[in-house]
Design a protein around this ligand. Structure first.
Ligand SMILES: [Zn+2]
Length: 348
């Protein structure tokens, strides 16, 4: 059965003071994620209005970076002398390295197994300066951490890799860093995707992810391009603004990624961030959703999402308000098809 992209449009009506109190109608499009059924409200053409919240004050970002450099726990000298160490069952050497990246346990854990990966020595890096090798080193260190955990405790197989960049994205430390999370308990969003993917496979006898990639590649309106077996697109029902998503065909978990796959993921991230930088975005989140570590499935493909966040400046406003936080309704100010047409140039 083909994937059903469900959208309904409603209209908001008001007598607008901006139009001399004449009747104004605004289109409110409600989309459902074809797999999970989660809702998103698409407000086409609203991007110009919210631009003032997306823009950052570069002076304030520079001030934040320079005022936090002294005493930064993630700068190389501090990491060597002060970063926490893993217990010997995870790492007899205390920390895990991959290229420039260093991985160590979070000083204040957010989960049973929570490692921090500092992928670069540089304290402040602009979005257009974050190289693919920085992400590759960082993700490789996360995966090595998961391997060691899994060897020690095979039941710890639910993993996620996330990144928060700058305070509007929830980051308390300016220095670029990645978080690796693992537990024997499910991670909610990954679990939701896995369960919905298994149900789709059972009902349709095909992988939702293969169908999605095939459909998006055919229609092209949300398809950005392919790097090896990593397909990049803008999702029909995004979780956030300017979202791009990678789907690694035929790979269901982090233990099964080949270096070429990491290459396809990191290059796509760098291209997306290049677009963000050029459009004034300075803050973002990334998540990698994986199936259970060490298990392969024919119904789930590992995938990655990147979203842009609002800007950093005095009197900045969060882009997550009660609508998203408490009502679970996402909202974006541009159709994913339009985001795709702009972002596509960066994917060549
Ligand atoms: Zn630093």
């Amino acid at each position: 059965m083909p994937i059903h992209f469900e959208a309904v449009t409603r209209e908001a009506r008001l007598l607008s003071p901006l139009k001399n109190f004449e009747l104004d109608t605004q289109s409110i499009e409600h989309r459902r994620d074809p797999l999970t059924g989660r809702n998103v409200i698409v407000l086409k053409g609203r991007l110009d209005y919210v631009r003032k919240y997306i823009d950052s004050d570069e002076t304030i970002i520079d001030e934040l970076a320079s005022s936090t450099q002294q005493g930064c726990p993630f700068c190389p000298d501090s990491v060597q002398t002060h970063a926490p160490k893993f217990p010997p069952e995870i790492s007899p050497e205390g920390r895990i390295s991959a290229g420039e990246a260093v991985c160590f346990p979070s000083l204040f854990a957010h989960g049973d197994y929570n490692a921090i990966v500092v992928p670069t020595h540089s304290h402040k890096v602009n979005l257009n300066q974050l190289r693919a090798s920085v992400f590759a080193d960082g993700f490789t260190a996360c995966i090595e951490y998961f391997h060691r955990l899994h060897e020690w405790r095979p039941e710890v197989k639910n993993n996620a890799i996330i990144m928060n960049f700058y305070p509007p994205a929830g980051s308390t430390i300016v220095h670029p860093h990645i978080q690796a999370l693992a537990s024997d308990l499910p991670i909610h969003a990954s679990d939701e995707l896995l369960k919905a993917s298994a149900a789709y496979f059972q009902d349709d006898g095909a992988s939702y992810w293969s169908e999605l990639v095939r459909t998006e590649e055919e229609t092209g309106q949300r398809y950005l391009g392919r790097l090896g077996r990593v397909h990049w697109l803008t999702p029909f029902a995004p979780k956030g603004l300017n979202e791009s998503q990678a789907i690694v065909s035929g790979v269901s978990d982090l233990s099964s990624l080949y270096p070429e796959d990491v290459d396809g993921i990191t290059k796509g991230i760098v291209r997306t961030l290049g677009y963000y930088h050029d459009t004034g975005v300075r803050s973002f989140n990334i998540a990698i959703y994986s199936g259970p570590f060490g298990e392969t499935s024919d119904y789930f493909d590992l995938n990655v999402r990147i979203v842009s966040r609002y800007g950093y400046k005095h009197n900045f406003v969060s882009d997550v308000w009660a609508l998203q936080y408490l009502l679970d309704e996402q909202e974006v100010y541009e159709a994913p098809e339009e985001t795709c047409s702009k972002l596509k140039k960066y994917f060549g």
